[in-house]
Design a protein around this ligand. Sequence first.
Ligand SMILES: NC(=O)c1ccc[n+]([C@@H]2O[C@H](COP(=O)([O-])OP(=O)(O)OC[C@H]3O[C@@H](n4cnc5c(N)ncnc54)[C@H](OP(=O)(O)O)[C@@H]3O)[C@@H](O)[C@H]2O)c1
Length: 135
Amino acid sequence: MEAIVAVFSDWGIGSEGTQQVVLKADRAHFRELTKDAAVIVGRRTLADFPGGKPLKGRSNIVVTRQDIAIEGAEVAHSTEEALSLAAKYPRTLVIGGASIYRQFLPYLDLVHVTQMRASFILFLNRNPFAHLIKE
Ligand SMILES: NC(=O)c1ccc[n+]([C@@H]2O[C@H](COP(=O)([O-])OP(=O)(O)OC[C@H]3O[C@@H](n4cnc5c(N)ncnc54)[C@H](OP(=O)(O)O)[C@@H]3O)[C@@H](O)[C@H]2O)c1
């Protein structure tokens, strides 16, 4: 199984439930690599997606301990359940967040890492530099 992650200079991946810096080129890379694949995603990361909705054109497996249904996604209540749901797909990528990367690490053969030369002081506001960075 594969994973894809974007990291800052200090290997941080975001905080407060979001990614403070997003590069257009990296988003395109993400779309290309995950196209038509299954993705395993934590419920908190899903909440940060546009509209809080699963990604289109991918088979979304959302990991949560809650007893909820999510339109456009399969729900898994444990890592084991997520792995078993993923088994029917030819290709699955783990797409975060932090707790999900940590728990799925033992099952990963390949991790696609984009490292951005960016670091920032958190808590100035939620997204201090995004308006400055285009590429
Ligand atoms: N830089 C990147 O490439 C990248 C990619 C993705 C995410 N991120 C960042 O990562 C951060 C989010 O990470 P996070 O650790 O807070 O949240 P997360 O991993 O996205 O989701 C955590 C949630 O997943 C569920 N969960 C986790 N382990 C589980 C298990 N074993 N069984 C059942 N459910 C389980 C729980 O949902 P319930 O609370 O519903 O039970 C838990 O609250 C955000 O800042 C986001 O922007 C960065």
